[in-house]
Ligand binder design. Structure first.
Ligand SMILES: Nc1ncnc2c1ncn2[C@@H]1O[C@H](COP(=O)(O)OP(=O)(O)OP(=O)(O)O)[C@@H](O)[C@H]1O
Ligand SMILES: [Mg+2]
Length: 447
């Protein structure tokens, strides 16, 4: 990849020009060298140059002008200036104007090579970031960002099921995008011009939830001094998103089941069945099947809700989406705070990719919002990230002894699975246990 980055040397002094070329060539780095700086301007106009190494003081056109032209034609170009002893101030000025670095004559060949290698890394990073930004822009119409297999499958699946007026059950850990997915299903359905209403079932006590959803008639209970419309009526022909469905009481589960089975309900205190034309999308962040097995959730209601099951994978299982999401949120919060943070440093990205994200996309979004506020210029650096967003390995060592043996075992199994690319046979070998006991442990920790 490095070999594809073009390097231009601009130096009027023959001996110096040859030294520069030979030093790079010895490292396998090909470069074009030119003696006349006016010729250099022509080359910069005619072709894309990634790295320019230029003398500062030259007859005709000086290094500053080369710098301006190079970066004007290609903003990602890294310009390295060669300065004499007397021109350090100009070099500093050049850095301010966007030069990548400078080398003072006389220099050690190794020092030059090091700077060129760093410049290559830098340009490569800019290219990578630019490509990601472009991808995010292209995806902008698609609000669900991600190119992992899980995300692509999810998008295809949603597009397929959205137009059909069935109940949907969305499951996924906290912050994985359940509400966003519910909204998309509504947008891609024939109900798109009607109301989409999210309601958090866990936030309301049962009695309130019932009168909120179904409404009540006058005199139904003390304080009910007139009829009240319920949300089923308000949302008529729209979509109701019942979040934290796992938290509803057994009694309310029965009532909801009746709505789904009969397409009708009674207002609190009322006697005439009311027809419902509302699409129900439910979500929970604990596996509902487990709640059923534990006897906390009615199985008949579960099957009614689960006509179309949608699972959203946790972010740590689709790490290839992280860089794209980072750029998506950089654009979002850059606009909000009027700051243009366009590049993510290599170490920052490494850390973002390595962290396990227990709070999933929402946690990542919060981290990027904060980083945008912290950033001093257009680059997001590791120092802008909170301590917590560190790779799991770090946490393991600095929590010394605060982690239970069981937790340690779980992490070790996960790490080894990651290392073997999910190959259970090899994982069991490495851990020195039988495949059956590995299987048992995986089952246990999935619970
Ligand atoms: N694939 C994605 N692309 C873009 N933004 C996303 C994606 N997934 C989640 N988000 C964003 O992350 C945030 C959290 O998503 P959302 O509220 O839908 O999660 P949730 O699963 O409902 O969380 P909770 O379980 O805590 O209620 C939102 O701002 C949402 O827009
Ligand atoms: Mg939610």
């Amino acid at each position: 990849m490095d070999a594809s980055l073009s390097i231009l040397i601009v130096e009027d002094d023959l001996r110096m020009r040859q030294l520069l070329r030979d030093t790079l060539a010895a490292e396998g780095l090909l470069s074009e060298a030119c003696e006349d700086s006016r010729e250099a301007l022509r080359i910069l106009d005619a072709q894309k140059v990634d790295i320019v190494i230029t003398d500062l003081m030259m007859p005709q056109v000086g290094g500053m002008e080369i710098l301006e032209r190079a970066r004007g034609n290609n903003p990602d170009c890294a310009v390295i200036l060669i300065t004499g002893y007397g021109t350090i101030e100009s070099a500093v000025e050049a850095i301010r104007k966007g030069a990548y670095d400078y080398v003072q004559k006389p220099f050690e060949p190794d020092a030059l090579v090091l700077i060129v290698r760093r410049a290559q890394e830098h340009v490569r990073l800019l290219h990578e970031n630019r490509a990601l930004r472009r991808q995010v822009e292209e995806m902008h119409s698609e609000e669900l960002i991600g190119t992992s297999r899980q995300m692509v499958d999810l998008k295809n699946f949603l597009a397929k099921i959205a137009p059909f007026d069935t109940t949907v059950l969305i499951q996924g850990e906290t912050g994985t995008g359940k509400e966003l997915v519910a909204r998309l299903i509504h947008q891609w359905s024939a109900r798109r011009d009607r109301t989409f209403l999210p309601i958090n079932c866990g936030a309301l006590p049962e009695s309130l939830l019932e009168s909120e959803l179904f409404g009540h008639v006058r005199g139904a209970f003390t304080g009910a001094d007139r009829d009240k419309k319920g949300l089923f009526e308000t949302v008529d022909k729209g979509t109701l998103f019942l979040d934290e469905i796992n938290s509803i009481s057994p009694a309310f589960q029965v009532k909801l089941l009746r709505v789904l089975q009969e397409g009708a309900y009674l207002k609190v205190g009322g006697r005439d069945p009311q027809k419902v034309d509302v699409r129900i999308i439910a979500a929970g962040n604990v596996p509902l099947q487990k709640e059923v097995e534990a006897g906390r959730f009615r199985s008949d209601l579960f099957y009614r809700l689960n006509v179309v099951p949608v699972e959203i994978a946790p972010l740590r299982e689709r790490r290839e989406d992280i860089a794209l999401l980072v750029h998506h949120f950089l654009a979002k919060y850059g606009a909000k705070y009027a700051k243009s943070v366009q590049t993510v440093g290599a170490r920052a990205l490494e850390r973002l990719r390595g962290y396990s994200w227990p709070g999933n996309v929402r946690e990542l979004e919060n981290v990027i919002e904060r980083a945008v506020i912290m950033a001093e210029n257009s680059e997001l650096k590791e120092v802008h990230l909170p301590q917590t967003a560190a790779p799991d390995e770090d946490k393991m060592s600095d929590q010394d002894g605060l982690v239970s043996l069981e937790e340690m075992e779980k992490r070790l199994i996960l790490k080894t699975l990651e290392h073997t690319g999910g190959n259970r046979g090899r994982t069991a070998d490495i851990l020195g246990i039988s495949p059956v006991s590995l299987w048992r442990k995986i089952k246990k920790y999935e619970a």
